[in-house]
Design a protein around this ligand. Structure first.
Ligand SMILES: [Zn+2]
Ligand SMILES: [Zn+2]
Length: 280
């Protein structure tokens, strides 16, 4: 595959196996390769399990990881991946937002790929062994588990044996475990990429988005990332012509030279059912 990035090398900093997801896409879509560095513990920037508080926003964290990857490898192009979980925009369920930032240190640009979608990840306080068995039984074989108790946090656990061993380590025997159930014993999916197949899927989609964005360059200065991110509402109603909340155009803005281009949506008019005037 020929692209402006053919034969370039991108640095990536991770200890969570993300190179296995990103490298094949760089190779097949851009003709580029990946240089992995593990010389920095990204958990110092914050962990899902909360031992290290996240101080940066997910976006700043992704940019910071890309910057660190460049510094640690001496490369000019760096990638940084960061995910977050929150109540979804749709009003129910949990969403996972994955970001992959790409920076070019010399040229001074950054482009960020996104994926946002529902997540099936689970978290459950445990009151009995029966609840524990049920939770583990419903876990896909390649999904790691995380246990949290007053005694500590254990991650990357697979299967009932590993969990029972951990509980024994903490509580010695099942008499003590009885009192643990009455306290705060919580089981959840391990959200780190190398223990969470769903995140790996979403990271791949964010990377696909990043690659698309990298291939769209500003028509004026050729900086990558010329992507129509800014939505403009006000599509006119087909019946009365009033502006609706529907999107009428999307604008791409160059972060480098500030050139703008607006792309109208394919449908010229909104359905009257979406019109605040016809259908208040
Ligand atoms: Zn109308
Ligand atoms: Zn430009």
């Amino acid at each position: 595959m020929q692209s402006r990035f053919s034969n370039s090398q991108f640095a990536l900093l991770t200890r969570h196996g993300k190179e296995k997801i990103l490298a094949p896409l760089l190779e097949s879509q851009l003709g580029a390769s990946l240089l992995l560095t593990e010389n920095y513990d990204t958990d110092l920037l914050g962990t899902f399990s909360g031992e290290v508080e996240r101080k940066l926003s997910p976006l700043d964290c992704a940019l910071k990881k890309a910057q660190l990857a460049c510094e640690l490898t001496g490369l000019n192009l760096g990638l940084g991946s960061e995910g977050s979980f929150s109540p979804s925009h749709y009003g129910f369920g949990t969403a996972n937002h994955e970001l992959i930032a790409c920076i070019n240190r010399q040229a001074g640009w950054s482009v960020v790929g996104h994926y946002y979608g529902f997540s099936r990840v689970r978290r459950q306080p445990l009151n009995s062994m029966a609840e524990l068995y049920q939770f583990v039984e419903q876990t896909p074989a390649d999904q790691g588990l995380l246990l949290r108790s007053p005694a500590g946090v254990a991650k990357g656990l697979y299967g009932l044996d590993a969990i029972e061993t951990q509980l024994k380590d903490w509580f010695g025997n099942y008499a003590l475990l009885g009192s643990a159930f009455a306290q705060e014993l919580v089981i959840s999916d391990d959200l780190r990429a190398h223990h969470c197949p769903e995140r790996r899927e979403h990271i791949q989609k964010a990377m696909e988005n990043l690659i698309e964005r990298l291939q769209l360059a500003c028509p004026q200065c050729d900086t990558p990332g010329f992507w129509p991110d800014h939505a403009l509402p006000g599509l006119p109603c087909r019946a009365c012509g009033c502006p609706t909340h529907s999107i009428k155009a999307r604008t791409a803005r160059c972060g480098h030279c500030h050139f703008e281009q607006t792309y109208p949506v394919a449908e010229p008019e909104a359905d009257p059912s979406l019109c605040p005037h016809c259908n208040p």
